[in-house]
Design a protein around this ligand. Sequence first.
Ligand code: BYC
Length: 317
Amino acid sequence: METIVEKSLEDIFEEKIASEIRIEPKDWMPEKYRKTLVRQISQHAHSEIVGMLPEGNWITRAPSLKRKAILLAKVQDEAGHGLYLYSAAETLGTSRDQMFEDLLSGKAKYSSIFNYPTLSWADVGAIGWLVDGAAIMNQVPLCRTSYGPYARAMVRVCKEESFHQRQGFEIMMTLCNGSEEQKEMAQEAFNRWWWPTLMMFGPKDEESPNTEQSMRWKIKRFTNDELRQRFVDMMVPQAEFLGLTVPDKDLKWNEAKGGYDFGAIDWNEFWNVVKGNGPCNKDRLKARNKAQEEGAWVREAAMAYAEKAATREKKSA
Ligand code: BYC
């Protein structure tokens, strides 16, 4: 006699994950899966929005009209990335207002990297080359993340990030082929951004509480350390091409592993920045809160217009 085995919602979910079928907003999902996605996607969105600040700092001082136009477009792209990501997080049942409130109150995290200052024009090159480079390394695998709306948002984000990285590399190349002072400026920026960029990938695997479960659910496709290693292996030849010295005396090619060994990361610095005590954490939150206050009239006007348009539509129907 044939027995019909009822599949639980959890079984269906697990089967989809195992067979690489995307989870969509209306599908059943474990509460913890939903929660970790909201956490990761909203933090990612906040990083894009706060990430506009360090580079935005140089828009008025870009060295030429062409550089200004390119930087302006890049910073606008970051705003767009934030918006796609907030939309993706909203499909999980969290409101944008709530996510924004959490950012503005300092409750939500955003990437540690954006709490460092941009002191020279070379920092704009270093951010594009290194920070966007790290973002691509981390985000290309997210195009295959198990949650549909996040994966689809990442496809477009990655296309734009690749362009951003090329523009950063091109700034660095121009400086490195320029005067002695320009080359020094590029090296100095590289020295300051290298280690914080390695920290972007998150704590080492044995100290990362979320990695194991996120890998099982295929939210993350690689661990923090795997991505960090790939990044170092990709960047060292690029630095050599530019004629820059990686600021790490322990950096050494390891033939057996087919990758570079590199020096110890200062995890105290990382956690200090994550906890809100980095060089610019307070300034970043202040700037976001100021923008929120100063934009209140725009939001009110947009809402009033939308309500009026809806009433007009109702009347004419
Ligand atoms: N900064 O268990 P873990 C961009 C937190 S935007 C601050 O490994 P997970 C760009 C982590 O959230 C760059 N916090 O966590 C924009 C967790 O705390 P909670 C952002 C960090 O989620 C504009 C705790 O530490 N990219 O590229 O498995 C211009 C333990 O960590 C950081 C993304 O957000 C950090 N660096 O892995 C240019 C990509 N690292 O949440 C460029 C998507 C860790 O438990 N996100 N923490 O309180 C991810 O891939 C993952 O969330 C992470 C962390 C790899 C970042």
